[in-house]
Design a protein around this ligand. Structure first.
Ligand code: NAD
Ligand code: FE2
Length: 401
């Protein structure tokens, strides 16, 4: 039995409408003059990159931009971005600007510019990064992954049809700068996929196996459910329940956008300590097989994973139902747990996301491979409150098909 837990986050979080104006001050505090900004073409097209580079140029910084990040980035694209970064002299800080894809790419470049090698060198198990990485500032433009505060960078291992997470506390950015105004132009579909990912992080951290019963030795990045993460996750679940539909269907609603960005942040702080569980583990092989965005996959799986786990987390499932405004007074614990998964299913439908694996291209013949591969993702699967086996995961997957 494990007796202690720890809680880590970024050194500094700056949050609020217009907070992008604080970037100059943040860079001054880091004593950075030469900045590498990593982003993607969609964010450039939205005008966000030019706004920031103009502001920094005016303040006297030398800024080099890499704007070729691809969504759900493959490992090779991280290598390409690193090659670009190596050509730049004297980079004192890296900015990851964008969704999880751009921020994760910035994390990998910060890692490789500090320690060299290939991303896969750091992918066998947790905590393979030998020391601090190049100073990193994360500026999210989606509200979902929480990558701005997390210890994880996710890439697609195309050769093995698998998404994989490189997880180490050194990968947490030094500063997370969150300006909800940057998300106002986010298309409805990306808002839905990223927002439901935040919900998945919060629910998976909250319902994770309690830290005392995690079966692993040594220091863990993903420790199982811990009290601080529980508090953060509860707040995040409520914020998503109250704001995601509005953010998707009325994108200009800054209050809903701001609440979703806060939800994503809190969920990121929660899961990067407590850890995700079966839905995220299942999403890795599924994400390797189909091109769906990460959030679409984890969100789709959540109601089925919640039903799968309900019998060992009845109290927490009841609480989730209440956070979705279900009146549980007249319900048994089992009924309340079912109401919780139904509330998530209802949310998926309201925001127009798929609720069946067949809708995203998964076929019956993929199920065996998905179940077996999922069990190899130890840092996530050991965190799931109910013990997973090939047979019970196959049963879950058939229900989701
Ligand atoms: N590191 C972590 O802790 C963590 C956690 C969860 C997910 N992820 C990873 O993050 C990635 C997904 O990230 P995401 O959901 O944030 O999406 P994303 O970064 O893949 O971006 C999706 C699309 O939205 C566009 N976009 C982003 N912000 C925009 C804006 N403000 N206006 C207009 N267009 C905008 C981008 O150009 C892109 O085309 C996946 O690879 C996933 O595995 C990482
Ligand atoms: Fe996720």
């Amino acid at each position: 039995m494990r007796n202690t837990w720890e809680f880590l986050s970024t050194q500094k979080i700056v949050f609020g409408n217009g907070s992008i104006q604080k970037l100059d001050k943040v860079l001054q505090q880091l004593k950075a003059k030469n900045v590498l900004l990593i982003t993607d073409p969609g964010i450039k097209q939205a005008g966000i990159v030019d706004r920031i580079t103009d502001m920094l140029a005016e303040a006297g910084y030398k800024v080099v931009v890499y704007d070729q990040v691809v969504p759900e980035p493959p490992v090779d694209s991280a290598v390409e971005c690193y090659e670009f970064a190596k050509e730049q002299m004297d980079t004192d800080a890296i900015i990851g600007l964008g969704g999880g894809s751009s921020i994760d790419m910035a994390k990998l470049v910060a890692l490789l510019t500090a320690h060299g090698g290939h991303p896969m060198d750091y992918a066998s198990g947790e905590s393979q990064v030998p020391g601090p990485v190049t100073p990193l500032i994360a500026i999210p433009t989606t509200a979902g992954t929480g990558s701005e505060v997390t210890s994880v960078a996710v890439v697609t291992d195309v050769a093995n049809n698998l998404k994989l997470g490189i997880s180490d506390n050194h990968l947490r950015p030094l500063v997370a700068l969150l300006d909800p105004e940057l998300t106002v132009g986010l298309p409805a579909y990306v808002t839905a996929c990223s927002g439901i990912d935040a919900l998945s992080h919060a629910i998976e951290s909250y319902t994770a196996k309690p830290y005392a019963y995690i079966q692993a030795e040594g220091e863990l990045v993903f420790q199982g459910a811990i009290p601080i993460a529980d508090a953060l996750a509860v707040q995040a679940i409520e914020l998503v329940a109250d704001n995601l539909v509005l953010a998707v269907q009325q994108g200009s609603n800054l209050e809903a956008r701001s609440n979703m960005m806060l939800a994503s942040l809190l969920a990121g702080m929660a899961f990067s300590n407590a850890g995700n569980a079966a839905a995220h583990a299942l999403a890795y092989p599924i994400g390797g097989l189909v091109k769906s965005p990460h959030g679409e996959v984890t969100g789709l799986l959540m109601p089925y994973v919640m039903d799968f786990n309900a019998s060992v987390q009845l109290d927490k499932m009841e609480k989730i139902a209440q956070l979705f405004d279900v009146n549980t007074a007249e319900l048994s614990k089992e009924e309340a747990a079912t109401a919780a998964s139904q509330a998530v299913l209802g949310l998926l439908k309201k925001i127009g996301l798929p609720t069946k694996l067949s809708e995203i291209g998964i076929k019956e013949e993929n199920i065996e491979h998905i179940a077996k591969t999922t069990l190899t993702i130890d840092r996530l699967i050991r965190n799931n409150p109910r013990v997973s086996t090939v047979d019970n995961l196959k049963e879950l997957l058939y229900k989701a098909l």
